[in-house]
Design a protein around this ligand. Structure first.
Ligand code: GLY
Length: 596
């Protein structure tokens, strides 16, 4: 089954001229054309980039069901017209009742099912708090919250027509949705007593797996153009619009979340919800060939790894290297190996762990690390350890981005972790719960759903935020002008996807859409292999790389393109034209992405 990641991407752009229409006031790229249009409408009505991004984010919670994000968390990276670089961390937090070994079974082995498919897999959601903070702190003041949220409420209450991606997603997760009352109501087509009875019979052991699969297959399938009405979600949104964060973290919504937790052995309590707050943090900042790169710091690993890898690559003449040639992929893989080894050891929630950001993002450290690799042969990952910390100095997936005509740039990446999060809906409140707790390292050295390894820095602790790969990033040119805002969905592949897109833009002179279209490769230290998209590598290149001792994860890649290595979205200002870029990877719809 194809893995759909819950991280979704939108790009919003406000400009006086663009590549699509000379009189336009803005451009939006997202996984939902409806949500994109709402952002545009807000811009047209005098809103700024921050108003637009919040309106789009709330609409996505309705019209982009696999990743719509009331029940998850994320990050904002922005650059204001006054030249202030800001980042807001609204990542989920581990509930007070969580503990280090909570996803280990009786044999002390990591239980993937518990970590991904249970109510315990949910961290305390941060998105509502984050979006409201952005609106309050950076919005233009020209809109009330009710006005910003009205379109989202409208689509939840009256329904919206689903697209092909949604239809496939709903049907492919049917069996999991049927394990949860809330999800069954919303995502199982024409839910009725017969279907409930099939489910009960299976649960009671009266149906074999084979017969159950046959019965499931006989349930009506979703089709593009079907209407999805979400009344409970509309009510939740109305409470937020009326009471602000108290409409989610207190009162009826909070009570529904607690009932859901109590009925299903979940850990989130009333206090966890009441005490949740998002945090402004220092973004990580580096340079690449004279451009300033501003990205998300811990609890995301995205910015630090991105800058570390760019620092290493800056030492090579990339311009003259053919894209996806043996030389290019070898270098890229070695650099990724070095950076992800550091991720595993050095990075975690900055409230709990001293992240060595100055070291990881320094040009000197990049050179030291490069001394460990050779351009003539792949280094085995078992021979690469994390770099030694030089000092104790501490501190330190939906993506949507905006550039407005006042020079404000904002990018948000949010995630439920995997597609549809834990596949559990808060019954009565109508939104999905995340399974972000799997982003922690549940057992030292044991891979999570993204194959990522971690240790103490990212161990589960109450109130801690799990380490992320989300990488909302802004690039400023050497004259101080924002030229790119970019981000991605795709778990551990986000960072390497954003990296390769930036290389295509800066070194190979492509525009953002061309850069996104270039097929990619990915590696992450462990597992010690290279994944590649369909059309990324010729058979000859693969053979040459194998001769350099690289190991390939062929399964499902070259032949049928099962792997889509991150979905990138962003906006690029090039030759005085704004170009919006969107990624068709992982979608079944031609018209998703740029809608304006
Ligand atoms: N849940 C994926 C990430 O945050 O990296």
């Amino acid at each position: 089954m194809r893995i759909h990641y819950t991280i979704l991407t939108i790009t919003i752009l406000l400009f006086t001229s663009c590549n699509q229409s000379s009189n336009t006031q803005g451009g939006v790229s997202s996984t939902s054309s409806l949500a994109s249009q709402i952002g545009i409408d807000i811009l047209k009505q005098g809103g700024n980039a921050f108003d637009a991004i919040v309106a789009t984010g709330f609409t996505l919670a309705v019209t982009s069901p696999s990743n719509g994000n009331l029940g998850g968390g994320g990050f904002l990276v922005a650059y204001t017209e006054d030249g202030e670089a800001i980042s807001l961390d609204f990542r989920e937090k581990a509930p007070a009742l969580s503990y280090e070994t909570m996803f280990l079974d009786e044999n002390q082995e990591y239980s993937r099912d518990l970590a991904l498919n249970s109510h315990k897999s949910s961290g305390v959601p941060g998105t509502v708090n984050g979006l409201l903070k952005i609106f309050n702190d950076y919005g233009s003041g020209n809109f009330t919250l009710k006005e910003i949220m009205a379109p989202a409420i409208h689509y939840a209450e009256n329904g919206h027509y689903i697209n092909a991606t949604d239809a496939k997603g709903f049907d492919s997760y049917k069996a999991l949705f049927l394990t949860d009352a809330g999800s069954t109501k919303i995502f199982v087509k024409d839910i009725n007593d017969a279907i409930i009875n099939i489910q009960k019979a299976f649960k009671n052991g009266d149906l074999s797996e084979e017969d159950y699969a046959k019965e499931l297959a006989s349930i009506d399938e979703w089709k593009p153009g079907d209407l999805l009405v979400q009344k409970d979600l509309a009510d939740t949104l109305k409470r937020i619009a009326q009471y602000g964060k108290a409409g989610f973290y207190e009162g009826e919504t909070a009570e529904l979340i607690i009932e859901e937790m109590n009925a299903n052995d979940g850990f989130i309590t009333k206090e966890d919800l009441f005490n949740y707050d998002s945090v402004y943090r220092n973004p990580v900042v580096g340079t690449y060939r004279g451009n300033k790169v501003i990205s998300m710091g811990p609890p995301s690993s995205g910015g630090a790894l991105l800058i570390q890898m760019l620092n290493m690559i800056e030492n090579f003449e990339i311009k003259s290297m053919e894209r996806n040639s043996t030389e290019f992929v070898h270098l890229l893989t070695e650099v990724q190996r070095l950076a992800y080894a550091d991720r595993a050891i050095h990075l975690g929630d900055p409230d709990f762990w001293p992240n060595p950001i100055p070291m990881l993002t320094s040009k000197e450290y990049a050179k030291e690390r490069l001394a460990l690799i050779s351009m003539n042969s792949a280094t085995r990952s078992t021979k690469i350890a994390a770099g030694k910390t030089l000092s104790k100095e501490s501190i330190e997936t939906t993506h949507y981005s905006v550039i407005d005509n006042q020079g404000n740039v904002a990018g948000i990446t949010t995630t439920l972790n995997l597609s549809y999060g834990s596949k559990k809906i808060v019954d009565g409140a109508g939104f999905l719960l995340n399974n972000e707790m799997d982003d922690f390292s549940s057992k030292p050295g044991t891979a999570n759903a993204f194959g990522l390894i971690g240790y103490e820095a990212n161990a589960i602790q109450p109130f801690k935020r799990p380490l992320s790969s989300m990488s909302p990033t802004v690039i400023i040119d050497n004259e101080g002008n924002p030229i790119v805002t970019i981000g991605a969905a795709g778990g551990s592949r986000i960072i390497t996807g954003v990296l390769q897109t930036i290389i295509s833009i800066v070194d190979h002179g492509l525009n953002i859409q061309e850069a996104i279209n270039v097929p990619r490769t990915h590696s992450q230290w462990l597992p010690d292999n290279v994944r590649y998209e369909k059309d990324a590598l010729t058979q000859q290149t693969i053979s040459e790389l194998e001769a350099l001792n690289h190991i390939f994860e062929h399964n499902g890649t070259a032949e049928n393109g099962t792997y889509t290595l991150a979905q990138i979205h962003g906006v690029h200002l090039k030759n005085n034209k704004f170009i919006t870029g969107f990624d068709k990877r992982g979608t079944y719809d031609e018209n998703e992405g740029i809608t304006y």
